[in-house]
Ligand binder design. Structure first.
Ligand code: ADP
Ligand code: ZN
Ligand code: ZN
Length: 761
């Protein structure tokens, strides 16, 4: 384009729309405005519908520019502008641009992560008219003694929620937030003449201005916050409160049961009283319905949930209510991180060490690190909480980049559990359970206290083996053994999901003696049923909770004290509060001791401490038994004698000596294809693109095969990049990501770039 065109600088000259589309391509696309639309009011961030190839798709306006590389006659007009004003604010756009640059992921795909599915398809973001039903207490409901409802705790909780909530009216979404299965309880309460349906105008009357809300809620909140914070909790609340108007990162390092959640609740109250919204990120909401309940009891009518268990409409509803500031608190998993907020004032990230905050496919972002960037861009504090902080966060606290707040004691009357190593060398085992452990289980059950047993392997046994020739059942598509599932009577691969029948005889030698080898939760369940007949056992793992609603059902059985023995996997480690559990046992702690990843000892220690934290959370003290054949292993000894903090310090020293993160920065380039040669050729082409002389301190390892070389039929290789200088690492990734698409070999592989990987698998 000629200079004369560029010089005429009226707004009409900024008439090219540069947009991002949700496709795995790095480039942006140019369009003209829709016919007859003036670009004056077009602000970056709005959604547009554009023609794309033979179809039309939703695109996001990135900028208005004067000229395009395309010939003018190649430029097509956009079809329509979806949003009159952008749904994302300037801060949100800044964050998405940062994430796209930092994680080297196409901008359009990053935008996709910020919108719920309905909005990605171009649906309107207007709030639906309030057509919800609403309910209120009858006169009888106001007066009834809750003890008469003691046999239906759900109903009694609902009545309480109505009483606590001004002015005593709750609509369907409030009720849903309190209890997913609210409808049955409400129906019974109506049957008992304790509740009645009321007009939704009454609900509208509740949508009063914010200043009114603060006034009305004061007295009521005082009694809800009736728990008196201890000194350490008070200090934590006061310190973060003092920083509510500026960016700062706080690490709330509090042992399990020390009252971290209570600190969050108080801080949320502080933020709300300043008319700000709060974003709360948790690892997995479905696993901790109690947390959700605690929040919604404290802040009824103010909360939205956002996670993958919701329907598309529910997610859209939550997103819009938060975006428009109708609701004040968003509790969600990592996918909630980018939800725009009307007036965000605080970000809380619970269980910050949890690796589920890192997305492991597609847009591989860390919700923790990106939340910190969001806090920085928005000028607000970010609070990370954990009983077992990640080594990165502990190191950042040591470097004074984070401000550490410590809760060193259990709240209320609870005391920390006693950890004990149980040496099982040369001991007779019954499905992995030693006699001393079984004796403790028996004793605990006799005292009517609950026992929690942990084994990180689901299924009946990790493999099937031939007693005659040693043949092992392997997956044909993966470098992995098939796992025996007794209930479904099949062999299943836990990596690609393939299933096959359990063979009657050995495929190699025809012998009939095929035996299960190793331990799985199903097998232990069977053994425990035999040893403790009549005892109510609940097994919690991905298989037993596959059916919708079954996890909630089991958790309720545990909380009501009906389940005496609780057996499960990882799921048990997630922040549950089971007050009557006094014995926790880790059946096979050794399986975590010799992992290939340098992070495996950190993970194991976190797991041990978190599982242990389920013991003795209320008045009764708890004990934890770890069965091991390595009672002298330094990791176990340090952890048990000196605690997580000292353990972390010694691992940090090892990492420093080996120059591993957090002392250096890593990225992994992964690729896979149906033939190993194809993958290797591609990775070598990529490495040839790089001008390594410019980066003398960059370490490049590979290509090497992934720890599991073959998975679901694909061969997997990777290159690890490591540098002590984050900027150098970023530069080399820029250089690489910008050129990969031009390689001829790129079409034959699937590749990805993982910045700050949490595992090298
Ligand atoms: P964490 O989140 O650190 O595991 P919680 O906040 O869940 O701890 O607290 C554990 C238990 O202690 C909960 O039942 C909570 O109500 C109670 N609790 C918390 N703070 C106090 C306090 N200051 N006084 C008495 N009980 C408390
Ligand atoms: Zn055989
Ligand atoms: Zn497989």
């Amino acid at each position: 384009m000629s200079n004369t065109a560029a010089k005429s600088s009226n707004s009409a000259s900024h008439s090219i729309l540069s947009v991002a589309v949700s496709l795995p391509v790095f480039r942006l696309f140019d369009y003209l405005p829709p016919t007859g639309v003036c670009t004056d009011n077009l602000i970056p961030g709005v959604r547009l519908e554009v023609p794309f190839g033979k179809t039309k798709i939703i695109a996001y306006l990135i900028e208005l520019k004067e000229e395009s590389q395309l010939e003018p006659d190649k430029l097509k007009p956009a079809l329509r502008i979806v949003d009159a004003a952008p749904l994302l604010h300037g801060y949100d756009l800044q964050l998405l641009h940062w994430a796209s640059r930092y994680y080297h992921h196409p901008l359009g795909e990053v935008f996709k992560a910020a919108f719920p599915a309905n909005l990605r398809k171009g649906m309107s973001a207007a709030l639906p008219e309030a057509k919800q039903s609403a309910y209120k207490l009858t006169a009888l409901g106001e007066l009834i003694d809750l003890d008469t409802l003691s046999r239906s705790p759900k109903q009694s909780r609902l009545i309480l929620a109505f009483r606590q909530h001004y002015p005593g009216i709750l609509n369907t979404s409030d009720l849903r937030a309190l209890d997913k299965n609210w409808r049955a309880a409400v129906t019974s309460l109506i049957g008992k003449c304790l509740l009645e349906k009321c007009a939704s105008e009454a609900v509208a009357a509740r949508e009063i201005s914010e200043s009114d809300v603060a006034e009305i809620e004061q007295p009521e909140n005082n009694n809800r916050n009736s728990i008196l914070l201890n000194n350490q909790q008070q200090t934590a609340v006061a310190t973060v409160t003092a920083a509510l108007n500026q960016f700062a990162v706080f690490l709330l390092n509090g042992i399990t049961g020390s009252g971290k959640t209570e600190v969050y609740l108080h801080l949320i109250q502080e933020a709300l009283s300043r008319d700000r919204q709060v974003l709360v990120l948790v690892p997995e909401i479905n696993l901790t319905p109690q947390l959700e309940q605690r929040f919604s009891q404290r802040f009824p009518g103010k909360i939205c949930l956002f996670h993958s268990g919701l329907t598309a409409n529910q997610r859209q509803n939550a997103w819009v209510n938060i975006q428009q500031g109708v609701r004040k608190i968003l509790i969600g998993t990592r996918s909630a991180l980018f939800t725009p907020m009307h007036n965000i004032g605080l970000i809380i990230l619970d269980e910050e060490h949890d690796t589920s905050f890192k997305q492991q496919e597609g847009f591989r972002f860390s919700a923790r690190d990106t939340a910190i960037m969001r806090g920085k861009i928005s000028g607000i504090p970010v609070l990370l909480g954990s009983a077992t902080p990640s080594l990165e966060s502990l190191y950042n606290a040591r470097q004074q980049r984070y401000h550490e707040l410590v809760l060193s004691e259990r709240a209320g009357a609870a005391t920390p559990p006693m950890l004990r190593l149980l040496d099982i060398r040369n001991k007779k085992l019954d499905s992995g359970l030693s006699a001393p452990l079984l004796a403790e289980i028996g004793k605990t059950l006799a005292q009517h206290e609950q026992v929690l047993l942990f084994l990180n392997r689901r299924g009946f046994a990790p493999t099937l083996i031939c007693h005659g020739c040693g043949w092992v059942a392997r997956c044909r598509s993966c470098d992995a053994n098939l796992v025996i599932h007794s209930r479904d009577r099949c062999l299943r691969c836990h990596h690609c999901g393939k299933e096959q029948a359990i063979p009657a005889s050995c495929p190699a030698c025809a012998a009939k003696e095929l035996v299960p080898a190793g331990l799985g939760t199903e097998r232990i369940e069977q053994t425990l049923h035999g040893l403790f007949p009549g005892t109510r056992l609940v097994r919690l793992d991905r298989d037993s909770t596959r059916q919708k609603g079954s996890l909630e059902k089991y958790l309720e059985e545990i909380n009501r004290g009906e389940a005496e023995l609780i057996l499960g996997t990882q799921m048990l480690a997630k922040g549950h509060h089971f007050p009557n559990v006094t014995l926790v046992a880790i059946i096979d702690v050794d399986s975590g001791l010799f992992g290939i990843d340098y992070r495996s000892s950190e993970r194991l220690a976190q797991l041990i401490v978190q599982i242990s934290g389920r013991a003795g959370r209320a008045a009764k003290p708890g004990q934890v038994i770890l069965q091991t054949r390595h009672p002298d292993h330094p990791l176990l000894k340090t952890l048990i004698s000196n605690g997580y903090r000292q353990f972390a310090n010694s691992i940090l020293a090892e990492r420093q000596a080996a120059n591993l993160p957090p002392f250096s920065y890593q990225a992994v380039l992964r690729a896979q294809a149906s033939k190993p040669e194809t993958v290797l050729a591609f990775l070598q082409n990529v490495m040839a693109l790089l001008n390594l002389k410019k980066y003398p301190h960059l370490l490049m390892l590979g290509p090497v095969s992934a720890p599991m070389e073959k998975r679901a039929g694909a061969y997997r290789y990777q290159v690890l990049f490591q540098s002590n200088n984050r900027a150098h690492l970023q530069k080399i990734l820029d250089e690489m990501a910008g050129n990969i698409d031009s390689l001829a070999t790129v079409k034959k592989v699937r590749w990805s770039l993982d910045v700050d990987p949490v595992d090298l698998f």
